[in-house]
Design a protein around this ligand. Structure first.
Ligand SMILES: Cc1cc2nc3c(=O)[nH]c(=O)nc-3n(C[C@H](O)[C@H](O)[C@H](O)COP(=O)(O)OP(=O)(O)OC[C@H]3O[C@@H](n4cnc5c(N)ncnc54)[C@H](O)[C@@H]3O)c2cc1C
Length: 556
């Protein structure tokens, strides 16, 4: 289809012009910069050769249902897709976005956003239980209770799961609307339905075919359910957000951040919570200090952590509807209202018809079928790109957004070679207490660098928040920090923290790390007092690992 060009020739009404590939001679006279950016730019008209010299099928075809054509067609209206579509449209590209469910994708509907609402709810519950330590007590029938005791305060509050669920759903619904408005305002055309490739540059949505110069696959992922008997009685993370009432006794199976976060919400809201992990603890890829501290906090608050457990089956008791979880070891745990399986996620590719486009996925044993994409988000097919959870590289919203924007910058903004940076990605686990982490873990650093080049500072302390509590210090929640430095200049290559406020603490330090900050830079930064974060700029030599630390501690 000829776009943005008035054709001086009278064309036969029964004919239509078809798009010609960017490498066809008709395109060779497009400006060099545009050629580099692989943008489809119309040739000068009239062309410098007689039009009759062209093979007729290339230029003129009998009138058929020509697919509506876009510069950029984005499949998936989640974090990466929306960001990329809007950025491309801001450069003047003609963009369409296909979404089969609710706009905003996983993050907005069944991920970060509703999860954070529930984390906030859980933190509030914790604070209400802790309020007695700060002199609060309930007036009325319970007046006169011992406000020093946690239980006394706890009993004064009721909790209505349905109320926060309804408020949360309404908020998510508002966000869906905001996404729709943002797309409209950005002049991105929304196509509702499931997108399926019919060729490398064509996609079918709701029985209509569309073509595009560039097609982005940003279809995200979905929870995996293991093949065990009785799995139909279990829920996954999407099901967590659909729960209409608060379960009293819960099993969460899984060791990743989603399992940890959702178990933490249940537990802090008062459910009898059991977390079953396959190996020796949750969050295996995380730094040992974070894992150990988290496990201690789980145990001190009464969350039941079951290690070395592999689920083998689930049975639903008739009559009571209670669920039992059988483990591969033969052990059976009974009496659950909910069993939530958070054992991993896989890419959402089934409906895409990738074979029609020839897009390659990662193969091999144990492969989940992620789409193969290089550092510039190119797939195996020229003009088809993929990013976000469907590629499985760094499954986080800001990563999908960054990759989406960089891709649009490269394709439509003239920023040749630009790509997203997948290194030193800061991330937070909204556990109880929360975790913030960026860069190498100690184990990774020890593998990468020689012992003599490493300096590892650790600190463990009680946040001032717990200062006035009238409980023995060993019972107060702990904050733990680790700084991993390399070389004589002590460049920071890993920074890890667990404790109250860790979630809001990390972002600034991640900026510093991106700029290559050293321990000296941190030491030269004035502390903000009294905060927990100040510990990162006051880490002392006695917190060092190895002989140097021993010497410093001996001098204390
Ligand atoms: C419980 C949970 C908590 C999370 N918490 C966090 C967090 O705190 N912080 C964080 O950074 N990340 C978090 N994440 C991860 C984050 O949600 C994802 O990394 C992010 O949403 C990935 O974005 P995406 O664009 O790749 O895919 P998605 O956001 O999943 O969007 C994909 C979209 O494509 C649509 N789609 C799929 N197939 C088709 C098709 N054939 N046609 C049309 N549309 C299609 C889907 O309906 C979906 O809307 C969480 C995830 C979960 C599950």
């Amino acid at each position: 289809m000829w776009r943005g060009l008035t054709l001086p020739l009278p064309l036969p009404t029964s004919c239509t012009l078809v798009k010609i590939s960017a490498t066809h001679p008709l395109c060779l006279n497009k400006p060099a910069a545009a050629q580099k950016r692989n943008r489809f730019v119309m040739p000068e008209y009239p062309p410098p050769y007689p039009i009759s010299s062209l093979p007729p099928p290339l230029l003129l075809l009998p009138q058929t249902d020509t697919p509506q054509h876009f510069d950029y067609l984005v499949i998936g209206g989640g974090s990466g897709g929306v960001a990329s579509a809007r950025r491309a449209a801001s450069y003047g590209a003609k963009v369409a976005l296909v979404e089969s469910k609710a706009l905003g994708g996983t993050c907005v509907n069944v991920g970060c956003v509703p999860k954070k609402v529930m984390f906030n709810t859980a933190i509030l519950a914790e604070h209400m239980q802790e309020a007695g330590h700060f002199g609060f007590y309930k007036k009325g029938p319970l007046a006169g209770v011992d406000t020093h005791g946690k239980e006394a305060v706890r009993e004064t509050f009721g909790f209505d799961w349905k109320a926060i669920k309804d408020a949360r759903d309404a908020y998510v619904h508002r966000l869906n609307g905001i996404y729709s408005t943002l797309l409209k305002n950005s002049k991105v055309e929304l196509l509702e339905g499931i997108a399926k490739f019919t060729g490398p540059q064509t996609v079918m949505v709701g029985g209509k075919e569309y073509s595009a110069d560039h097609i982005l696959i940003a279809t995200g992922g979905k929870p995996i359910m293991p093949h065990i008997p009785g799995v139909e009685h279990c829920i996954h993370s999407d099901g967590f957000f659909a729960l209409e009432e608060m379960p009293k006794r819960v099993a969460v199976v899984g060791a990743g951040y989603i399992a940890v976060e959702l178990a933490g919400v249940f537990h802090s809201l008062g459910a009898d919570t059991n977390l079953f992990v396959r190996y020796d603890g949750p969050l295996r890829p995380f730094d040992s200090l974070l894992r150990e501290t988290l496990m201690k906090e789980m145990s001190s608050t009464g969350l039941h952590l079951h290690k070395h457990c592999t689920p083998a089956g689930v049975v639903k008791e008739e009559g009571t509807g209670k669920l039992s979880l059988a483990l591969a070891s033969g052990e059976v745990h009974e009496g659950f209202d909910v069993i939530l399986l958070a054992v991993g996620r896989s890419p959402e590719t089934e409906a895409l018809g990738l074979d029609a486009a020839g897009v390659a996925t990662v193969g091999g044993p144990g492969s989940k079928g992620y789409i193969k994409a290089d550092a510039h988000q190119n797939t195996s097919v020229p003009g088809v790109y993929a990013l976000g959870d469907v590629c499985g590289k760094v499954e986080l919203t800001p990563m999908a957004i960054a990759a989406g924007r960089r891709l649009a910058d490269r394709l439509f903004g003239g920023m040749e070679g630009v790509k997203a940076d997948y290194n030193d990605v800061p991330t937070v686990v909204f556990s109880h207490p929360p975790i913030g982490t960026v860069g190498l873990t100690e184990a990774e650093a020890r593998e990468k660098y020689e012992e003599k080049d490493l300096k590892i500072y650790t600190s463990r302390f009680v946040n001032l928040f717990y200062g006035p509590w009238t409980v023995p210090p060993e019972k107060k929640p702990k904050t733990a920090m680790k700084l991993i430095c390399v070389g004589p200049e002590e460049r920071v290559v890993g920074l890890h923290v667990i404790g109250m406020g860790a979630d809001e603490m990390l972002q600034g330090f991640a900026v510093a790390m991106k700029k290559g900050c050293t321990k000296t830079d941190l030491d030269a930064t004035l502390a903000i007092h009294p905060t927990a974060a100040e510990e990162f700029v006051t880490l002392a030599p006695w917190g060092l690992s190895g002989k140097e630390g021993e010497k410093a501690r001996a001098k204390l």
